[in-house]
Ligand binder design. Structure first.
Ligand code: PMP
Length: 397
């Protein structure tokens, strides 16, 4: 069994979630739109799950949760749905330069439809420049969409300050909070988001399931038109097992988030310290403190992230070089480039993300194997300077 340290790309479904889902495949299988008793049972389960997801983000009104097929759809619904709904008010949308690929591509789509998109730059840690945001807002601005945390480098964005600026300027604020769902509590009463994109798998629920949170009084135009389910905002028959799984995952995550985040932060800090101390010319990408408790993102001079990933694969350790959603491109990460890294620096990166089932022995194994893999690759690399080769000869471990 390999050591899995790629939780940002995909998480296993928690056994407790799976157990709650199973009856909804072939025992309670009616359509909640149906008026018979079996339909009532399904409706009851649907609304209970909605309450659980609402409670997870401290939303007072369960109606504020619209079930979708995942965060990609929620992002589409938030951006396209609110752009269409508000186009009489203005045609300007603001995102950041380091959004998830789904937001970046939706923004390009909106540009092709005649909307104007501004992309806020980030600092060296991947945190947006608030003063730039204030300056970008015009009378035409209808929406700001900034993720709560970078799914790649793990830097946390100042969402409270962004929400205050948005509120003061009368602009809607959407946030894709998928990257932080499993380690930072979300409270929509504390931070007045207008829209949030949520994913079920990121809290150990089933894949292909998500939600859009809409603040009371906010609406978006539907982008999937059909039978009018989900208050007419998202048509299509409900995936009942998925919905129930998402609800159960929400309850467990809400109950366990503090303990889990605390534990993972301990592992993460141990990992960061261990890597930086044992590997020369290694660096942490992203903010040293304002970062996701489960994310460690490194860069190593003179070698490529892909070779490192493959070296660790041989040792049965699963890690990533960037976002799984864009890992098949040969382009360097847009996030690292936006943070000011050179192309070769961006290519030398390794992302390690921890999760619910990570054990201390997983961290120990990585800390044991990684320095050796780096050393082996550096000895082969034509870029490695003589003094570092000399160091490896002397240390020779
Ligand atoms: N946003 C972020 C930050 C993500 O990491 C992902 C992928 N997990 C998505 C959106 C897309 O989510 P989904 O695969 O549920 O559509």
């Amino acid at each position: 069994m390999s050591v899995y340290l790629d939780y940002q790309a995909a998480k296993p479904v928690d056994e407790r979630v799976l157990k709650a889902m199973l009856p909804y495949f072939n025992e309670i299988y009616a359509n909640p739109e149906s008026l018979h008793h079996e339909g009532d049972l399904a409706t009851e389960a649907l609304e209970k799950a909605r309450e659980k997801v609402a409670s997870f983000i401290n939303a007072p009104d369960p109606e504020s949760i619209i079930f979708t097929s995942g965060a990609t759809e929620s992002n589409n619904l938030a951006l396209i749905g609110s752009a269409l709904r508000n186009k009489k008010k203005g045609n300007h949308v603001i995102i950041s330069e380091i959004e998830h690929i789904s937001i970046l591509n939706i923004a390009k789509y909106l540009e092709r439809q005649g909307f104007k998109i501004s992309r806020i730059p980030v600092d060296q840690y991947g945190i947006i420049k608030l003063e730039k945001l204030e300056r970008l807002i015009t009378d035409e601005t209808i929406l700001i969409s900034i993720a709560g945390a970078s799914n790649e480098v793990g830097s946390l964005q100042p969402v409270k300050e962004i929400s205050e600026i948005a509120k003061e300027k009368g602009v809607l604020f959407h946030s894709d909070v998928v990257a932080l769902e499993s380690s930072i509590p979300i409270d929509v009463q504390e931070i007045p988001y207008d829209f949030l994109s949520l994913s079920s798998n990121d809290i150990y629920g089933p894949r292909g399931m998500g939600a859009l949170y809409l603040k009371k009084g906010q609406r978006v135009n539907p982008i999937i038109i059909g039978g009018g389910q989900e208050r007419g905002i998202r048509s299509g028959s409900h995936d009942m097992a998925g919905v129930v799984g998402f609800g159960t995952a929400s309850v467990i995550m809400k109950r366990e988030i503090h303990e889990e985040a605390h534990r993972l932060k301990g592992y993460r800090d141990e990992l960061i310290k261990g890597v930086l101390e044992s590997i020369p010319k290694s660096y942490l990408n992203g903010h040293p403190v304002k970062r996701l408790p489960h994310n460690a993102h490194f860069r190593f001079d003179y070698i490529e992230g892909e070779s490192l990933l493959l070296g660790l694969k041989d040792k049965k350790i699963a890690v990533a070089t960037g976002s799984a959603c864009s890992s098949k491109t040969l382009e360097p990460s847009h996030t690292l480039i936006a943070m000011g890294l050179l192309h070769e620096e961006a290519h030398g990166s390794l992302v390690i993300t921890l999760g619910r089932f990570t054990k201390k022995s997983d961290i120990d194994k990585l800390l044991h194997e990684l320095p050796e893999v780096v050393k082996r690759l550096r000895i082969l690399s034509p870029l490695t300077p003589p003094e570092l080769l000399e160091y490896y000869k002397v240390v020779n471990k």
